[in-house]
Design a protein around this ligand. Structure first.
Ligand code: NAI
Length: 292
């Protein structure tokens, strides 16, 4: 018995990195998997090919699993619609969508270009929209429950140096996830956010990592079980939540408010300053968030 027996899962950007690890594990747990990837470069430039996705599919088939490749670009609605069509043509249904495809164009803000901004936001934020909309409509129109995982990042939730375009897109995905989790409740559609951490081509040259052998715990294979948990019925009670999944394990990341300064009458800016300890979290209350 697998955790995903009888389910059909679409995973975008699954020709390598984290998505590939999800695809392999989901297939081993009984899911039929659509492996989407346009086989692009890390910065999204150049022509891709479906061969990366096809290789993952071939390996899954060789292990006795069920999978089909798709080479569409997630960042157009036509691409998203065709990814759903691939799932329906091959397997007749969809139950799980993991929006994972992504690119990076890191630079300090002053050095970024409009083209960098547009492409990074397009692939991550619009790409999540373009893949979610067709699946959402299909689930709703067919009265089927489903689970959607949207990939955010601590770079968007907390901020990170040199990632203004990427952080903006990833924070946008967080807001998108929160809204759809609320809208999805009445249809039985769960929507979860994911902030992964793994050693992939996207992160292999980050400061402190370049040229070093990866810690085995930080390989995508060790993130995949956390994501399997999120899409399986084991997490059926959870929606609208972000899990950080990395070599550290699995943890919830949450937006919080302080009690605040609530005078219940008109107030001045000086009074806000005088009550700063009520307005802001004390450092001791925010210990777990990375300080950047
Ligand atoms: P990766 O670069 O190894 O994999 C991303 C895949 O997406 C590639 O195979 C690429 O061809 C595909 N892709 C890119 N643009 C596409 C498009 N328009 N249509 C279809 N496929 C496309 O990167 P990695 O590390 O596996 O990242 C996966 C996701 O996790 C991304 O959304 C990334 O932003 C996010 N993430 C990763 C972290 C990490 O530590 N590796 C940290 C935080 C977030």
């Amino acid at each position: 018995m697998g955790l995903l027996d009888g389910k059909v899962a679409i995973i975008t950007g699954a020709g390598g990195g984290l998505g590939e690890a999800y695809a392999r594990l989901f297939a081993r747990e009984g899911a039929a998997v659509v492996v989407n990837d346009l086989g692009g470069s890390r910065d999204g430039s150049g022509d891709g090919s479906v061969s990366a996705a096809q290789k993952v599919v071939n390996d899954i088939l060789a292990e006795g699993g069920r999978a089909v490749a798709n080479g569409d670009d997630v960042s157009t609605l036509a691409g998203g619609e065709n990814i759903l069509k691939t799932a329906l043509d091959a397997f007749g249904q969809v139950d799980i969508l993991v929006c994972n495809a992504g690119i990076l164009r890191d630079k300090t803000f002053a050095n970024t270009t409009e083209a960098d901004w547009d492409l990074v936001v397009k692939v991550h934020l619009k790409g999540t929209y373009c893949c979610t909309m067709p699946v959402w409509k299909w689930l709703k129109d067919n009265g089927r429950p489903g689970t959607i995982v949207m990939t955010s990042s601590t770079s968007g939730l907390y901020g990170n140096f040199g990632q203004s375009n990427y952080g903006a897109a990833k924070a946008g995905i967080y807001g998108f996830m929160r809204v759809l989790a609320i809208e999805g409740r009445k249809y039985g559609i769960r929507v979860m956010g994911l902030a992964p951490g793994a050693f992939t081509r996207m992160t292999s040259d980050l400061p402190g990592r370049a040229g070093r052998e990866p810690d085995p715990l930080s390989l995508p294979e060790n993130v995949a079980p956390g994501v399997l948990y999120m899409v399986s019925d084991l997490a059926a009670d959870h929606t609208g939540k972000v899990l950080g999944v990395s070599s550290r394990g699995v943890r919830e990341i949450k937006m919080l408010e302080t009690e605040g300064f609530q005078p219940g009458r008109p107030y001045t800016a000086q009074e806000v300053a005088e009550n700063a300890e009520k307005v802001f979290f004390a450092e001791s209350q925010t210990r777990t968030a990375p300080v950047r």
